[in-house]
Design a protein around this ligand. Structure first.
Ligand code: 5RP
Length: 218
């Protein structure tokens, strides 16, 4: 089964957690796009959606769903998103699609965070996937120098700015032995908007689609 089919299976399993009449937080990426396709097909009567990116907002609206600001919805019962890497503690690297800041905000505002992945995203040690760090433009070089001191090899993501108008540094070579400590250290660098480590607020439920079937872990 190809990766795309696995992502669709993960999305269908995540859909089983969607409740009519409630707010729904929706992440960003190709797995989430499958999830939005499932929403479009089933048309649940939601209170409304809160979106983590302009791209997701566009897709949700095209599928007929109302999208409101997080400020309007308040805390959310459920957030559904993908990830670039996940470890056994459901700690994640996110931000391959550049939506890490809004994703982290919505995850923080949600009582339940479901992460959908295909089996290729599971790792023992986070960090093989370059860690995305969104930065304030004037701090780009300064932050990069601090990341080098931490053993990383930051690369500016070419021709890319986030929905918040900021650049992203993709940090290679990091051995993330202690994800919470690393998240705190990078967050503490002045000029960092968000680091794509989701360790302080990991997923609550992980849905893994593999060739042998879909597994749900908490
Ligand atoms: C976007 C993200 C995505 O969840 C992550 O990049 C996974 O994407 P995909 O589902 O396309 O593999 O964090 O900022």
């Amino acid at each position: 089964m190809d990766q795309d089919a696995l992502k669709r299976q993960a999305a269908e399993t995540a859909y089983q957690h969607v409740r009519e009449g409630e707010w729904l937080g929706v992440g960003t990426g190709s797995t989430v796009n499958h999830f939005i396709d499932v929403l479009a097909e089933r048309q649940p009567s939601l209170q409304g959606c809160v979106s983590s990116s302009e791209a997701t907002t566009e897709r949700l609206k095209a599928a007929g769903f109302e999208v409101v600001e997080l400020n309007t919805a308040g805390d959310l019962p459920l957030y559904v998103d993908g990830a670039d890497e996940v470890n056994a503690h459901l700690e994640l690297i996110k931000g391959g699609g550049g939506a890490l800041t809004r994703e982290k905000i919505i995850a923080g505002a949600s009582r339940h965070f479901i992460c959908m992945v295909d089996e290729s995203k599971q790792v023992e040690l986070l960090g093989r996937f370059p860690l995305p760090v969104e930065v304030i433009p004037m701090a780009r070089s300064f932050v990069a120098r601090q990341l080098v001191k931490m053993g990383g090899k930051p690369e500016l993501r070419e021709n890319f700015t986030t929905d918040n108008g900021n650049p992203v540094l993709d940090v290679h070579n990091l051995e993330i032995l202690n994800p919470i400590e690393m998240e705190d250290r990078i967050n503490a660098i002045p000029g960092v908007v968000t680091v794509g480590l989701f360790a302080r607020r990991p997923a609550d439920t992980l849905i893994v689609a593999a060739a042998g079937g879909v597994e749900t872990r908490t």
